[in-house]
Design a protein around this ligand. Structure first.
Ligand code: GRF
Length: 217
């Protein structure tokens, strides 16, 4: 018996290369999710073009049209919940979210962050890793809670920082890893393997003590 596909809404602000990776993975015969809508908060977000090219409904909700953060978030919720999804995926969505939004989708929202959390929440993660002299860097995929980049991490991918890398080249490497990691995490979620219970991530019905690791190929 085949399961219905998990409905996914993707939120983004920019290029949308992670959206593209998520779209491309849908052509795998065993893919268990379907992106039903893409929402951007910026008119110039190239991710909107990517969505349209793949016949996915693409919606702009421009945050500058709202005075209060909560009003913007309520507009997002109204749009998303027209066809309530099983998962909301943040893919380069550059707005800080209040509990109004994070609580509404608690356990049903993932984010990808370009660092090995809990290191370097926030911006400029690649430069910060270089400045700290780190040997390892990477990305984290985590459940979204009200704490910025602070929810339980489910999957990480790690790479070693080779001499001579700068913030740009490091960012490119992390981005490539993101494109492998995010579709897998969403697929595992769609298979019911990841859950959030009492602010803790679970994997295959067990508390997840350390995030799953995807190694550099
Ligand atoms: C990625 O680096 C992601 O980790 C961060 O925002 C970036 C989005 O890139 N949250 P793209 O728009 O998917 O190309």
């Amino acid at each position: 018996m085949s399961h219905p596909l998990l409905k996914v809404v993707v939120l983004l602000s920019g290029n949308g290369s992670n959206l593209q990776a998520l779209i491309d993975y849908q052509s795998q015969p065993d893919c268990q999710y379907k992106i039903v809508k893409v929402i951007a908060n910026k008119p110039e977000a190239y991710g909107l073009v990517r969505a349209k090219q793949s016949q996915i409904p693409a919606v702009l909700i421009d945050h500058t049209h709202y005075q209060r953060r909560e009003d913007f978030e309520q507009a997002l919720i109204n749009e998303i919940d027209q066809e309530p999804p099983g998962l909301v995926v943040l893919a380069g969505f550059m707005r800080i979210l209040t509990p109004l939004f994070t609580e509404h989708y608690i356990g049903k929202m993932l984010n990808i962050h370009p660092s090995l959390l809990p290191k370097y929440p926030g911006l400029n993660t690649h430069q910060r890793a270089l400045d700290a002299g780190d040997r390892l860097h990477g990305l984290s995929i985590h459940f979204v809670t009200s704490e910025l980049d602070g929810g339980p991490v489910i999957l990480q991918a790690t790479l070693s920082i080779q001499p001579g890398l700068n913030a740009d080249s490091l960012q490119k490497k992390v981005h490539q890893l993101e494109h492998q990691a995010y579709p897998l995490a969403v697929q595992y979620y769609a298979q019911g393997q990841f859950e959030l219970k009492n602010n803790q991530a679970w994997y295959k019905n067990q508390p997840l003590m350390t995030p799953l690791q995807l190694s550099e190929r």
